[in-house]
Design a protein around this ligand. Structure first.
Ligand SMILES: NC(=O)c1ccc[n+]([C@@H]2O[C@H](COP(=O)([O-])OP(=O)(O)OC[C@H]3O[C@@H](n4cnc5c(N)ncnc54)[C@H](OP(=O)(O)O)[C@@H]3O)[C@@H](O)[C@H]2O)c1
Length: 343
């Protein structure tokens, strides 16, 4: 018996498609032996997983930018791990890697799946493992390309970002400051709002849970809104539409306020503001930019190094806490990028 054959892989699989917030019963907890990789394959030990609002969408049936997770399949999740066996010349035992590892302790990536799983080696000189799940990882890439490609910020413009203290929001706001913009965040609660202003250098932050967003935008965006980076949708999107400038750009990154709806998604009633202001609203899917990730990583790692970019992660330990930990995203309990430490 090889050392690998003595290992057991604990996994969390999708058992049922949830209605509303996912419950513990929507998951099954399975174990299977760890297998040796075949020719061209790689075996990765999961160290930490990225918990993302998009996971809620992947649990639903229906057409999207990616196929839903099938009933009985290991839940899809991006993660960071260590190669513990390899029959692929591109990966060596001990390499730190990032990829779609799934909610499990070990991920066997067969040769045919190496590309699809997005497995790549990470350079820990550029950032820590946790930073590779945050500003140097998928959320950072989303913020970078959403802001730079779709938003095209110009110095002096006003950028508003919702979900400001979250994973994507923290990169967007800090990058917009670096690019010379006025930046106003929208976040839930005084602690998050104080942090984005005092620690991240945003010009202001509106607490949507205790204040009036419209009044806050009027006060903090006296010249109107040129770019709105929308992470939440719903009423906040509708309100920001009333304050946009001519030729404003609205980046539809996500709509977390709508993901657990049992009623239809609420669209913006104020959309005619786009017409009046000759403005545009455009969606972004981060996976369209994978070829250009290295360029963004190089730029963001430079800002991390020179102290202009900060990275905050909220780390919870233990694979089995996944069902409850995921819910933190939807009740705003996470403060920074939500990471599940597995090993
Ligand atoms: N398009 C893409 O390719 C792509 C890629 C990554 C992420 N996204 C999207 O980007 C958004 C942010 O993702 P993230 O990973 O950075 O998550 P996150 O912001 O780190 O965490 C989610 C946050 O959303 C806020 N929230 C939850 N329910 C809300 C509600 N009803 N109204 C307003 N805010 C609410 C909470 O912050 P508060 O405490 O401030 O309420 C919570 O902490 C999500 O919509 C996600 O789906 C899109």
């Amino acid at each position: 018996m090889t050392a690998l054959a003595t290992l057991t892989n604990h996994q969390i699989r999708l058992k049922a498609r949830p209605s509303g917030l996912p419950k513990r019963d929507d998951w099954s907890f399975t174990t299977e032996p760890v297998a040796e990789p075949g020719d061209g394959g790689v075996l990765v030990k999961t160290l930490a997983l990225s918990l993302d609002p998009a996971m809620r969408g992947w649990m639903n049936e229906g057409k999207s930018y990616i196929a839903p997770v099938g009933i009985g399949e290991v839940m899809r999740a991006g993660g960071i791990g260590e190669v513990i066996a390899s029959k692929n010349p591109a990966f060596a035992v001990g390499d730190a890697v990032s990829g779609s590892l799934g909610v499990q302790e070990y991920c066997l990536v067969p040769a045919a799946e190496v590309k699809r799983s997005g497995l790549f080696k990470i350079d820990l000189r550029l950032g820590t493992m946790r930073q590779w799940l945050n500003v140097l990882g998928m959320p950072g890439m989303t913020g970078y390309f959403g802001l730079m490609d779709v938003g095209q910020p110009q110095p002096g413009e006003t950028v508003v970002v919702s979900g400001a203290a979250g994973a994507v929001g923290q990169t967007v706001g800090q990058l917009a400051k670096i690019k010379g913009c006025r930046v106003v965040g929208i976040a839930g609660g005084p602690a998050k709002c104080a942090w984005v202003v005092k620690e991240l250098g945003f010009d202001a932050c509106i607490d949507y849970k205790s204040g009036d967003v419209k009044a806050g935008l009027k006060e903090h965006c006296p010249k109107g809104v040129d770019i709105y980076f929308d992470n939440v949708g719903g009423d906040i999107l509708d309100t920001v539409l009333t304050r946009i400038n001519r030729k404003a750009r609205i980046i539809i990154c996500g709509a977390i306020s709508q993901y657990n709806n049992t009623t239809p998604v609420k669209g913006p009633a104020n959309y005619l503001s786009l017409l009046v202001n000759r403005a545009r609203m455009e969606g972004i899917v981060v996976f369209d930019y994978t070829e250009r990730f290295p360029q963004a990583v190089a730029e963001l790692a430079g800002y991390l190094k020179d102290g202009r970019l900060k990275s905050k992660e909220d780390v919870v330990t233990g694979l089995n806490s996944f069902p409850e930990t995921l819910l933190k995203l939807f009740n705003g309990e996470n403060f920074g990028k939500l990471v599940l430490q597995v090993a």
